[in-house]
Design a protein around this ligand. Sequence first.
Ligand SMILES: [Zn+2]
Length: 220
Amino acid sequence: MIGQRSKPMSGKPDTNPEMKPASNYETTKMATGQDEQLELKAVVEFLMSVAPNAEIRGNGASSFLFAQANNRALELSSTADGVWVEYWQGDIEMPDHDCLFPTHYAAMLDAKEWLTHNTVLDRLLPCFNCENAFTLRDLLNSAKASWPKQKWIALVCPSCSQNIYLQLHCTTLSVGELSGFPGPTFVPKCVVDISTMSFSTENDGVHLYYQSLSWFVPAN
Ligand SMILES: [Zn+2]
């Protein structure tokens, strides 16, 4: 199994882990004992480039991986249902971010993104009025209204309080402006890949999901 890992282990950072086929990885049986140690060691090696202190702690079935970098930390362990990862920002546990992954591969990609502040929610997007940049997490937390049919979301800039508009597509999100009232059209100004997120549109609003996090933006 270690041999099969050589390719992704040495690959460049993947910004789209959910789309990666996991067929090379054992998904049906969670390893225990010695296999489990090998799985965790492979994840330690993978994370070493961004978290040199990554290590396996505990013994036998209670083994888990601990890694820390860039004021973030995580613990990764195998369970009967998958690979469980818990996250910390500084000393603060982030239970909303905790996630059960189907494979070690999916878990270690997300772990690396977390430690390098490179998850989709960490992507910086600008306000075109004040030109300050905000994480996608901050912007979604500021969302106030949506137009489900057009997949538009309006939010208030955390800095200048002007409106910022987002438009959702299948796997991308645009930041832009509305122009041409009445009957406005959306004018995209920059785009971010959100293929690790999902969303749904209902009559009463737009739902967005990232792992165990979710947002609901009521319809205007
Ligand atoms: Zn602004």
